[in-house]
Every structure is written in structure tokens, then in C-alpha cells.
Design a protein around this ligand. Structure first.
Ligand SMILES: C[S@@+](CC[C@H](N)C(=O)[O-])C[C@H]1O[C@@H](n2cnc3c(N)ncnc32)[C@H](O)[C@@H]1O
Length: 212
């Protein structure tokens, strides 16, 4: 099975389990969609798809190859170009796994802003499970014990690892489920953390907007 589909399936299952508030149209944003590796599997689902990415060439690719998708772009730091309470679901695959520490919570707050009350965010992260499976370890300068004892670790990528549009701060970000529950619940309600469900590597954090 293709890796994009192995990411899509647990996200879709979480959408079905934790649901959005929508009665009619269900608006879904893939934040940091890249070229639609995961998004393409949502095309046959009854949802209205939006994408946003800092990489303009990725936006162009989506616009050209997936004409039914609302392809957009954004700057490396918030905000997004959407009004408040617009989406039922926002998901992001392998984005928070690269964001620098100072952008982690501002982006979470921005996701909350564009979610409808009751809407859900599905965000992939790397934790001790991914560390033990060797995810991105070529860029990592800390040990598993350090990750577990601190809850959060970030290693800046060397220049040749960086992606278009991501500026100077881009790296490998690891966070434990315990840390996520404590820190991310200050922004949104943490409904679930599903360890290793993303391609048997990364964790899936399920969050709900319960207040504005
Ligand atoms: C590792 S790729 C993952 C792409 C896609 N989600 C997937 O799973 O195939 C990370 C993506 O996030 C985008 N990205 C990084 N920082 C971003 C930001 N602040 N806002 C939006 N997109 C961002 C990158 O341009 C890249 O397309």
C-alpha cells in the first residue's frame, strides 16, 4: 500500500470517530499539503477540500492536477488566508514534525481560529515510537532518554535539508504524548493521541476546538 494511503486511513478513521459538527458541506483543510500525497485519497470522500502550503510550486501542482481542490498558499508564520470558524476539519501530515519550537503553538492557535466550534484538528507528530523506528534520525542530535525526560526536542536541519518557503528555521521536532497532552491542551482539547498509527512511524494527535 502506498505511504500516502497509510497516512490517509488513520486520519479518515479519526474523522469518522471524532466527527465534525457539519450538517451540510464538510470543509477540510490539508495544511502543508505538499503535492497532495495524502490529500488525493480524500477526493472520493464527500468533503470539500482545501490545501495550503508555503511552497508555491506545490500550490501550482495541486491547482493544475486537482482542479476540484481549493489550492492555496500561506507564509511560514501565521495567519492563514481563511476567515474564522471556516473548517470542520484541519489535518496536517509531517508539518509539526518540522516546525521550530517558537512556531508550534502559534500555528496551533491559528488552526483553532479557522476551525468551527466543535471542529477537529488531526496533526501528526513524532515521539519515542518514531524515534525507535528511526524516523528522520539522520538530522537528530539527541538521544531517546533526552527526548523522554524533556518531552520536547528540536534539531535544526543543515541548509541542504530545508524546503522552499520554510525560511531559516526548519528541522526535526520530536515530542512525547505526555508533553503534547500537557502543552497542546492549553490551546485545544486533546481528544486522543494515537501512537505510531501514521505509517507505523508517527503519532496522530486529535484535538477539538471547544471554545473560541
Ligand atoms: C514533509 S512535507 C509533507 C507534505 C505532505 N503533508 C505529505 O504528507 O506528503 C512538509 C510540508 O509542509 C510544508 N510546510 C512547512 N512549513 C509550513 C508552514 N508553516 N505552513 C504551511 N506549510 C508548511 C512544506 O512546504 C511541505 O510541503
Amino acid at each position: 500500500m502506498a505511504a500516502g494511503r497509510r497516512c490517509y486511513l488513520p486520519i479518515k478513521q479519526a474523522m469518522q470517530k471524532f466527527g465534525g459538527p457539519s450538517k451540510g458541506e464538510t470543509r477540510v483543510l490539508d495544511l502543508g499539503a505538499g503535492v497532495g500525497r495524502v490529500m488525493q485519497y480524500f477526493l472520493s470522500d464527500p468533503v470539500t477540500l482545501y490545501t495550503s502550503d508555503v511552497d508555491e510550486t506545490a500550490r501550482e501542482y495541486i491547482a493544475k492536477n486537482f482542479p476540484d481542490v481549493h489550492a492555496g498558499s500561506n507564509n511560514f508564520a501565521p495567519p492563514l488566508g481563511f476567515k474564522d470558524s471556516f473548517f470542520d476539519v484541519v489535518y496536517a501530515v509531517s508539518v509539526w514534525t518540522h516546525l521550530a519550537p517558537e512556531l508550534q503553538i502559534p500555528w496551533l492557535r491559528e488552526v483553532k481560529r479557522v476551525l468551527k466550534p466543535g471542529g477537529i484538528a488531526l496533526i501528526t507528530t513524532i515521539g519515542p515510537y518514531g524515534y525507535q523506528r528511526g524516523t528522520h534520525l539522520q538530522a537528530v542530535s539527541f538521544g531517546l532518554n533526552e527526548l523522554v525526560s524533556t518531552g520536547f526536542q528540536y534539531s535544526e536541519y543543515p541548509p541542504h535539508f530545508k524546503s522552499p518557503g520554510t525560511g531559516n528555521k526548519y528541522g526535526a521536532t520530536y515530542q512525547t504524548p505526555e508533553y503534547l497532552r500537557r502543552e497542546w491542551s492549553k490551546v485545544m482539547q486533546v481528544e486522543d493521541i494515537q501512537v505510531g498509527v501514521i505509517d507505523n512511524l508517527n503519532d496522530l494527535v486529535v484535538l477539538r476546538k471547544v471554545s473560541t
